[in-house]
Write a protein that binds this ligand. Sequence first.
Ligand code: SF4
Length: 330
Amino acid sequence: MTSPDPLLEITGLRLEAGAADAPARLVDGVDLAVAPGEVVGLVGESGSGKSLTMRSVLGLLPSGVRASGGRVGWDGEDLLAASEPRLREVRGGEIGMVYQDPSQALDPLMRVGDHIVETLRLHDPRLSRRAARERAVEALAAVGVPDPARRSRQYPHEFSGGMKQRAMIAVALANRPRLVIADEPTTALDVTIQAQVLDLLRTARDELGTAVVLITHDLGLVAEIADRVAVMYAGSVVEVGPVGELFSDPQHPYTRGLLASRPHLAARGAALPAIAGQPPLPTGRPPGCAFHPRCPLAGDLCVTDAPLLELRGPDHRTACHVPAPEGALR
Ligand code: SF4
């Protein structure tokens, strides 16, 4: 654990779908802790369970997906057991959400400023509409929307893509949340706007002490902003550690495969390098280590026994039976 008092502490999270007697295990025993003010990159191929893991924090699982075990500790409370009214308080109040597609957060029929007004008043009903409007204008100004008073009265379709992204971040930060979950926030954006979004998240961390979980496939982004990285594969965290250490001394063969093409790390927008083979479907996970069909180091034990996430250094854990070869990446 990163801190004796993590803000968010997911332990043993299991998410599944399908028939109860033969479920597809989508997330399989994830542990993840986030300290106050920390930026954690959650990395993995599509379908690895990273977005589902974080959606479970907000009680926003897609229909048909259910939590079948574990705990989502939020400041001492288990959000998996929280009521819907309590989750509504958490969403947008204590935890903000930034999406890849701003239309997930912005209602096309609602003026941009009203999104912020509604969010503020939902979490502080005593706030007058007039005061909330003033704060909405301030919030838009804080994320660099020019002429914010006028723009607050416009509809989302009157905003460019980059401005919509800023507006969504203004909504997410309106209540000064303690944590922002950013799900692929820059994937569809050009490089200039990517840099601006990154700066806004960094400013939130530096000025408000907001913790950030950045869900991404972009290793360059993680290298640039994260304090720690958790790598997910086939529904499990296979490696987690401080960003510098994990990038310079990765312990898991999957992480080493992802990082094998290091020059890409210099560039934002670098997608995960290809690793031979495909990740298994949740309905067809192999026994033992789920990575063994793709792993160059797989041995007999890997085919039968799933490795546990174990310490390989202070605050650096890996789930692999085989120690990393010395200087594996150098
Ligand atoms: Fe490869 Fe075995 Fe380690 Fe899995 S446990 S990553 S198959 S060496």
